[in-house]
Design a protein around this ligand. Structure first.
Ligand code: ADP
Length: 724
C-alpha cells in the first residue's frame, strides 16, 4: 500500500498538509530531516505515517509525558499499535511493555528522554530493529530555548549506541536561527532536509487590548463570545490565577485554576477536567501548556503580558490546533512590563543573558504598541519577512478607529530625549516633560532645558503610551539592560523637522469585547444542524466516559459538525468526512450513523445537495467553491498560488472574490494590485468613462492585464454585501 492509502485508511485524510509529504518522503528514503511547523501544522503525522511503512519499531522521543498517553490512545483509536514508556508507568507494566515491544507488537514507542540510556531500554534496543528515531519538540535540546531540557543531550548518545544508525527526524514549532543551528548540530543530524512551513496560523485572530479594567473586560468578553467553548486564560502570577479563577467561578463559569505551587494531584485533575470538557476554562500560569494538545481550544487570553514573543506565540498558539477559527487576545497594561522586568532583574542571569531577555521583552512590548498588522509583526519576528502588509484578520487590520495626529506631542518627546543628552529612561523623560520637581531633575539642571514642563497637560499614562508607540514604530531605541536608556534613531529626524506626521489609534484603549466576532467565525463553519450536533456530542461523551478517553480522541468537533451537515447515511459517505479512517468507522461509525438516520427520519431532514466537485465535497470545513477560495485567501497566498491550489484560472478566482464580497466576507484585494496600478486605473476610468473592459484596457499601458482591471474595479466599487 502507498503512503496515500495509509493516509486515508488510518488517518482519514485525503491529502497532506503543507510540508508533510516532503518530510514523510525524506524519512522513507533514509534522509535525516528537520520539520519546523507551527502548532497545529500536523507534525505528528510526519513521523507516525512513516512508522507504519517502515519495518521494525519507530522510537519517538518526547518531553511531554502528559501527552504520551493521549497520543498513544489516539493512535490506538486509529488502529495503529503504539505504547509509551515514562516515569508515570509502574515498573511491572514497563517490563510487560518491554516484552511486548521485543515481540514486535508495536509500530511506535514513545519514550521520555531520561529513559533512553537506562539499562533496561538499551537492552531492549539490542533486540529490535529501529529504522527511525523521531525527536519531537526538538528545541528542548537548545539552551537558547525556553523549554531547555538537559536530558535531551542524551539523545545523540542513544542513537550512536544503536547497532545500525537509524534515520533521525527532528520536529519543532518554535525555532529561531540559534535554535535551528543547535538542533542540527547537537542532534548530529546528517545533512538533513529542512522544511519550514512558516509561522503563520491563518485561523488565529490576534488582538491586543489595553482595557481600563481587565476583569470587567474579560467578563463581558466571555459572556458575549464564549459561554461554552474551551479556552485558556494565562496570568503571570499564582496570585492572579487564584483570584481570577474565584471571580469567574462566582460569575457561574466552569473554571479551574492551574499553577506550579498547586498540589500535583489537584493540578492533574484540573488538566484532565479541561481535556475531558468537564471544565470550560482553565486559568493558569505558564506552567500550563507543554503537553496540552486539546484541538478545540477556541480562545487564549493573556491576562498579563508574557516574557517574550516566543512565549507569547507558543502559548497563544494553543488555540485552534484543529484549524478552526480561534482568537488570541492579549490584555496589556504598562504594569505588566514592570513585572516582567522585575522577574528578569531578579533571575540571577549573567549580563549577556539578561540583556537578551530585556531585548526579547521589548519585542513583545512593541507588539502591544504597534499600529501595524499584528500577524505581520509576528511573522516578521520569526521569519524576517512577512510577505503581506495586512492580513485583514487581526485586531489592528480591522480597527476602524480614527487615527489621531500626535505629531506635536511626539516632537516634544523626541526633542526632550535629544536635549537631555540621550541618557535617561522612560520615567525620567516623562518627569522632565511633565515638569517634575524631583531632586534628581533639579540637581542636574534638567529644569533648565527647553522641553522641561512642555507636557504638563498630558497624564503620565498618555506620555508613556506615546513613547512606547514611538519605540514600537522604530523612531526611538531603548537600550537593553537593567537601566534602559532612550536614544533617537535616524528615522526620528523627519518628525523633528516637521516633515513627517505621527498618528495614534485612540480607540484601541476601549474596543468593545464583542467586536468582529462575525468576521472571526464566518470563514470555517458549516451551517450544520445544531440539535443533531448536540446529540452526536452527547453520544461521543458517553463513549468517551466509558472508555476514559477525551472526547476529541474519538471524533473532533469538526467531524461531528460535518456529520450534522452532510447527514451521511452509509459507510462510504461517513468515510468521506475528514478525520474518519477505517478503524474509527469500525469502532463507532455504525452508532453515529444510526443516530443520524433516526434523527433525519424524526425531523424530516434530507442531506444537502453536493455543492462542489466530488473532490472537494469530502472537505467539511469548506462548504462550497467560494468558501474554498476564501480559505486559500485566508492563508495569505498569492493569486497565482490560490489559482494553482484550486486548479482554476486567476480570472475565476477573482470572480469568486466577487461572490465572497457579496456574502460579506472581508477581503483585502489591495494585496494583489500595486497602488500605482490602482491609482492609474482609477484616474483613467474617471477621465474617460469607458463603456467596456476592452475599452478600458486599450486606454491603459500594455502591462495592465484584464485581471488587474477586474481587481481594481472590485476595489473601487465593491459589491454590496447581501448578508443581513
Ligand atoms: P502539531 O503537532 O504540529 O501541533 P498535530 O500533529 O497535532 O499538529 O496536528 C494538528 C491537527 O491537524 C490535528 O487535528 C490533525 O488531526 C490535523 N491534521 C494533520 N495532518 C492532516 C492532514 N493531512 N489533513 C488534515 N488534517 C490533518
Amino acid at each position: 500500500m502507498s503512503k496515500y492509502n495509509f493516509l486515508k485508511k488510518y488517518f482519514g485524510f485525503d491529502k497532506f498538509l503543507e510540508g508533510q509529504e516532503y518530510l514523510v518522503d525524506s524519512i522513507l528514503t533514509g534522509r535525516d530531516c528537520l520539520g519546523i511547523m507551527p502548532t497545529g501544522g500536523g507534525k505528528s503525522l510526519c513521523y507516525q505515517l512513516p512508522a507504519l511503512l517502515l519495518p521494525g519499531v519507530t522510537i519517538v522521543v518526547s518531553p511531554l509525558i502528559s501527552l504520551m498517553k493521549d497520543q498513544v490512545d489516539s493512535l490506538r483509536e486509529m488502529g495503529i499499535a503504539a505504547t509509551y514508556i515514562n516515569s508515570t508507568v509502574p515498573n511491572d507494566v514497563i517490563y510487560q511493555r518491554t516484552r511486548e515491544i521485543a515481540a514486535g507488537k508495536y509500530k511506535l514507542v514513545y519514550v521520555a528522554p531520561e529513559r533512553l540510556n537506562t539499562n533496561g531500554f538499551l537492552n531492549l534496543t539490542q533486540r529490535i530493529t529501529i529504522p527511525f528515531v523521531a525527536v519531537d519538540e526538538a528545541h528542548c535540546i537548545s539552551q537558547w530555548g525556553h523549554d531547555f531540557r538537559p536530558s535531551y543531550a542524551q539523545i545523540p548518545l542513544f542513537i550512536e549506541n544503536l547497532s545500525k544508525r537509524p534515520v533521525v527526524a527532528a520536529f519543532t514549532a518554535t525555532a529561531t536561527k540559534h535554535i535551528i543551528k543547535d538542533i542540527k548540530f547537537l542532534l548530529h543530524l546528517n545533512q538533513p532536509l529542512e522544511i519550514s512551513t512558516g509561522f503563520d496560523r491563518p485561523n488565529l485572530f490576534y488582538r491586543v487590548i489595553k482595557p481600563q479594567d481587565k476583569f470587567k473586560y474579560i467578563l463581558q468578553y466571555l459572556k458575549d463570545n464564549y459561554q461554552h467553548e474551551s479556552g485558556i486564560i494565562y496570568c503571570s502570577t499564582r496570585k492572579t490565577v487564584e483570584s481570577l479563577t474565584q471571580k469567574l467561578q462566582e460569575q457561574g463559569f466552569r473554571v479551574e485554576g492551574y499553577h506550579g505551587a498547586m498540589d500535583a494531584e489537584v493540578r492533574k485533575r484540573a488538566q484532565e477536567n479541561f481535556m475531558f470538557d468537564k471544565t470550560q476554562i482553565i486559568v493558569a500560569t505558564n506552567a500550563f501548556g507543554m503537553g496540552i494538545d486539546k484541538p478545540d481550544v477556541r480562545f487564549v487570553v493573556h491576562y498579563n503580558m508574557p516574557k517574550n514573543m516566543e512565549a507569547y506565540y507558543q502559548e497563544a498558539g494553543r488555540a485552534g490546533r484543529d484549524g478552526n477559527s480561534s482568537e488570541c487576545l492579549l490584555l496589556y497594561s504598562p504594569s505588566d512590563i514592570v513585572k516582567q522586568k522585575l522577574i528578569i532583574s531578579s533571575s540571577g542571569s549573567d549580563e549577556v543573558r539578561e540583556q537578551l531577555q530585556y531585548n526579547n521583552l521589548q519585542h513583545l512590548v512593541n507588539y502591544c504598541h504597534t499600529n501595524d498588522c499584528l500577524r505581520k509583526v509576528i511573522i516578521e519576528y520569526f521569519e524576517g519577512e512577512a510577505g503581506v502588509e495586512k492580513c485583514n484578520n487581526c485586531g489592528n487590520c480591522l480597527d476602524q478607529s480614527e487615527l489621531i495626529d500626535v505629531t506635536v506631542k511626539a516632537q516634544k518627546i523626541l526633542s526632550c530625549i535629544y536635549k537631555s543628552g540621550q541618557r535617561f529612561g522612560v520615567r525620567m523623560i516623562i518627569n522632565i516633560l511633565r515638569g517634575s520637581k524631583e531632586k534628581r531633575i533639579l540637581q542636574q539642571g534638567l529644569d533648565q532645558i527647553s522641553t522641561y514642563a512642555l507636557m504638563t497637560d498630558s497624564t503620565v499614562g498618555e506620555v508613556r503610551e506615546l513613547i512606547m508607540t514611538l519605540i514600537a514604530e522604530g523612531y526611538i531605541y531603548m537600550t537593553a539592560d537593567s537601566y534602559p536608556v532612550l536614544k533617537l534613531l535616524e528615522s526620528a529626524k523627519p518628525i523633528l523637522k516637521g516633515k513627517q506626521a505621527i498618528y495614534l489609534k485612540q480607540a484601541r484603549l476601549n474596543i468593545p469585547p464583542k467586536s468582529e466576532k462575525k468576521q472571526l467565525k464566518s470563514a470555517a463553519n458549516l451551517a450544520y444542524n445544531q440539535e443533531l450536533f448536540t446529540e452526536l456530542a452527547a453520544l461521543r461523551s458517553t463513549i468517551g466516559a466509558a472508555k476514559n478517553i477525551p472526547n476529541y480522541i474519538i471524533f473532533h468537533n469538526s467531524a461531528l459538525q460535518a456529520m450534522a451537515y452532510y447527514l451521511p447515511a452509509t459507510k462510504e459517505e461517513m468515510l468521506q468526512i475528514k478525520g474518519i479512517g477505517e478503524k474509527k468507522y469500525e469502532s463507532y461509525g455504525q452508532q453515529f450513523l444510526d443516530l443520524i438516520v433516526q434523527f433525519c427520519a424524526t425531523n424530516n431532514l434530507t442531506a444537502p445537495a453536493p455543492t462542489d466537485t466530488a473532490k472537494d465535497s469530502s472537505d467539511q470545513v469548506k462548504t462550497d467553491r467560494y468558501q474554498l477560495t476564501y480559505q486559500q485567501y485566508l492563508q495569505g497566498k498569492s493569486l497565482k498560488e490560490i489559482a494553482q491550489a484550486r486548479e482554476l484560472t486567476i480570472s475565476t478566482i477573482i470572480s469568486h472574490f466577487h461572490k465572497c464580497l457579496e456574502r460579506g466576507y472581508s477581503i483585502d484585494l489591495t494585496r494583489y494590485l500595486s497602488q500605482q496600478k490602482l491609482d492609474h486605473i482609477s484616474t483613467v476610468t474617471q477621465q474617460h468613462h469607458p463603456q467596456s473592459l476592452k475599452q478600458l484596457k486599450e486606454l491603459l499601458p500594455a502591462a495592465y492585464t484584464y485581471n488587474d482591471i477586474k481587481l481594481a474595479q472590485l476595489i473601487l466599487q465593491p459589491p454590496q454585501s447581501q448578508e443581513g
